[in-house]
Design a protein around this ligand. Sequence first.
Ligand code: ZN
Length: 489
Amino acid sequence: MEIAFRNIMILGFLILGNYSCDNPRKEKTDNLIVITNTSLIDMNNGQVSEGMTLIIKNGIITTIGKSNEIELSPEAKIVNGTGKYIIPGLWDMHAHTSSESVTRSILYPLFIANGVTGIRVLSADCFEPCWELDMSIEQSRGLQSEVKYGKVIGPNAILGSTYIHGVKSGEASTIKEPGNRQDGKKLVHLLLDRGVDFIKIYDEIPREAYFGIADEANKKELPIAGHVPASIKASEASDAGQKSIEHCCAGSLFEECSSEEKRLREQITELIQSREPKNMYSLVLELVKTYDDAKCQEVFKKFLENNTFFTPTLVATEMDNILRDYDWRDDSRLKYLPEKEHDFWIEDEISTKEILGIQNPLIREKRFNIVGDMNKAGVKLLAGSDCGVFGVHYGFGLHEELELLVEAGLTELEALQTATLNAAEYADKSDSYGNIKIGFIADLILLEANPLDNISNTKEIYSVLSNGKFYDRQSLDTILKKVAIEVAK
Ligand SMILES: [Zn+2]
């Protein structure tokens, strides 16, 4: 059952390295990269500036200007950007990793090969005994420092705690599975000591414990993010300072947006507390049928007031869409999926479908409408794939999420912002990430075609700059080839 918890979608800081003082890139290289004559897309307003040259030194953008006005240094590596579009590296704000060795040799490289230069990992730690597809925070941190020193190809990562469940029903409260306020507070200190970047909230935390965690975490400025426990309303989580809420929308929003909230919430809580929930989509369908737009707009207002981010993870919920003409078993990208992950996907699909039951098309429709409405209301959305759950490929999944966000009503620019500007804002790094400006970190993607014309063009990757290194198409293909070989071993 513990395994299934990783994926129940219905229910669903930033130590990017302190670049200001001890930037490891400086010791690593003194490389100079110049990208000439490219079209630069401003993530703020979607303005496309043609014929631009960028100079990148040690992984930082030092110059941006019209190509005919910039003198090129003979030592620089010149990249001809003619006909290409340059955007910031993308962030998958709801990602999962696996064991240390698999993450190092397979998953991390896959993110870079897909232009995903940043990830938020839910979760990047585990309490002993750890599941074989998990890493401890020491291992997660170790990999991150290898990335920063150029020893491992991988994205920057925001590292979440292990899943915080509440006390199991009938058992006594403990610090690791809190059932009361005191243990909730103590848990925050335990997680602070472990050095996580945020606390990953899960479904079963009782109210008292949740508010204990939230209050103490706020005091200690340790963000909390994740699911909304069944005992809490989304608006309460927002008021309590939860920084982001994950998965649209069962468990996160459908309940509070229903005119039958009280009755249905009780039934759902009961199911979750049974720890063997089954056929939850029948209750979700009731929630959808009793959807009350005015109630939902009130929740959006809360999110806006409290600056609560929302990560829909639409691509993950697509996997149990019965009308979708897609079977992950036929996907050519399975060659990039490690064997143990593949085994997990098989189990995950079975347990997810058992827990959720069959998804009615009305649920999907409502989900997409809510995401569109939330966007219109001004709620900050984050692109997150939930890669690691069945059917969602590491790295690739983020691009599918962007497509689905456009289907839900976001413009192409707004979709791009969920993986760039909004991600940087979430991470309090708007001064160095999320756009292309002088002094910003040069995590960048050169695309063959304009993503503002068609969001699917984010997949047309010509080259990636990450962590001071330049990967042309050939190097990206080599990364993919090596991953496939590693998987086949
Ligand atoms: Zn997840």
